[in-house]
Design a protein around this ligand. Structure first.
Ligand SMILES: Cc1cc2nc3c(=O)[nH]c(=O)nc-3n(C[C@H](O)[C@H](O)[C@H](O)COP(=O)(O)OP(=O)(O)OC[C@H]3O[C@@H](n4cnc5c(N)ncnc54)[C@H](O)[C@@H]3O)c2cc1C
Length: 344
């Protein structure tokens, strides 16, 4: 099976994939594969949904997931305007934090919010040193019970006005990142600056965060390993894609973009596929490659809206392109799918 067929077969497992969406996934694979993938010319298995959970382990939606469902309904009516984007991202943050923080760490953060010490927290992953952890500028060293952390993080949602954050950091001991909770009094010592023009009609600003802080070892978010991140991403990505497709529907209805019927049908179909996938996670194990396939298809559709001129307003086109990078660029998604579904 070819790589594009593997992705399309996975999507088709969850709902109807219109011919147009198949075409842009195919064209997307052709334009995104790297040299190694072309030379390798492997065979692939279908990207599939996770396996059924063992009996009795069904996981109904928790309070955060229920709140996300309500935000999804609001986004369908109002798009990402009126603070809906930030509301969704805040709930994603809560979902992730619940997976990587201990009960004490969660109580500590809740107390900062309750006593007014902090209002905004962020997840700081993208690094000024580049995408590979070997090149990261953000790294910590242990000194007794304390950690000294050099921070150089970029492109963080509202990074210039965060009060505290979970900082992904390299270290000499580990090949994968560690997450460190930087509390408000230390976070205040970091330099913060807005970066680039805002998105979403001026309502979404990214910021860079840098400097040096010292925190207690108890600030290490010990649940923040690769497994928790994978489960989080398989839950967050399809929810984000559903919201993106709803936002596209709102842009269409309000005349900010002009879609062909094929583009419109594909956005509706992908919204349904994304919803079906994450609702099925109640009974099935999360499948990271399925979430990657859904995000890849979403990226390709958003890029098609820009390339075809459907989004004539430059600021709207820029927003749509930016959302193809957040929570997984096309290359990142394809590379990970390739690594996981290759027949060895
Ligand atoms: C609106 C928005 C909000 C964001 N919010 C946050 C946030 O809150 N926190 C945060 O940490 N980050 C945030 N980011 C950053 C985002 O999450 C990504 O880190 C960033 O867009 C880079 O994605 P990527 O690593 O997938 O890189 P890519 O852009 O895909 O590139 C990674 C590397 O892969 C290689 N590569 C890329 N394409 C190819 C190709 N075709 N062939 C071969 N090699 C290739 C290159 O070496 C490149 O440097 C945000 C970004 C946006 C636009």
């Amino acid at each position: 099976m070819r790589l594009d067929q593997s992705i399309i077969a996975g999507l088709a497992d969850l709902g109807e994939v219109p011919a147009f969406l198949k075409d842009i996934v195919r064209a997307g694979v052709v334009s995104t594969v790297d040299t190694a993938m072309i030379i390798d010319d492997s065979d692939y298995v279908a990207v599939e949904q996770g396996k059924p959970l063992a009996g009795g382990t069904a996981a109904p939606f928790g309070p955060i997931e229920e709140r996300i469902e309500r935000i999804q309904a609001t986004i369908a009516a109002e798009g990402f305007a009126n603070g809906n984007f930030h509301g969704l991202v805040r709930e994603f943050g809560g979902l992730l934090f619940g997976m990587i923080a201990s009960a004490e760490q969660q109580a500590q953060v809740a107390s900062w919010h309750a006593n007014g010490t902090a209002s905004f927290g962020g997840f700081l992953m993208s690094d000024g040193g580049g995408p590979s952890i070997q090149d990261w500028n953000t790294a910590f060293i242990s000194d007794g019970d304390m950690l000294t952390l050099h921070v150089d993080k970029v492109w963080i949602i509202e990074g210039h006005r965060l009060d505290y954050g979970s900082v992904a950091s390299a270290s000499t001991q580990r090949l994968y990142p560690s997450s460190i909770l930087v509390p408000p009094e230390e976070f205040a010592k970091l330099e913060k600056a807005p970066v680039g023009a805002p998105f979403l009609d001026g309502s979404l600003q990214l910021g860079n965060v840098s400097g040096k802080v010292t925190v207690s070892k108890s600030c290490l978010l010990s649940g923040g390993g690769l497994a928790a991140t994978s489960v989080f991403l398989s839950k967050a990505r399809p929810r984000f894609v559903r919201a993106l497709m709803a936002h596209v529907g709102w842009l269409d209805r309000t005349g900010r973009i002009v879609l062909s019927s094929q583009q419109r049908d594909s956005a509706v179909a992908l919204e349904a596929i994304a919803k079906t996938f994450y609702h099925a996670l109640v009974e099935r194990k999360p499948s990271l490659q399925m979430a990657l396939a859904i995000k890849f298809a979403s990226n390709r559709l958003l890029l098609d809206l820009v390339a075809s001129g459907a989004a004539a307003e430059p600021a709207v086109a820029r927003d749509l392109m930016a959302f193809t990078r957040m929570e997984g660029s096309s290359y990142r998604c394809l590379f990970e799918i390739y690594s996981k579904v290759k027949v060895r």
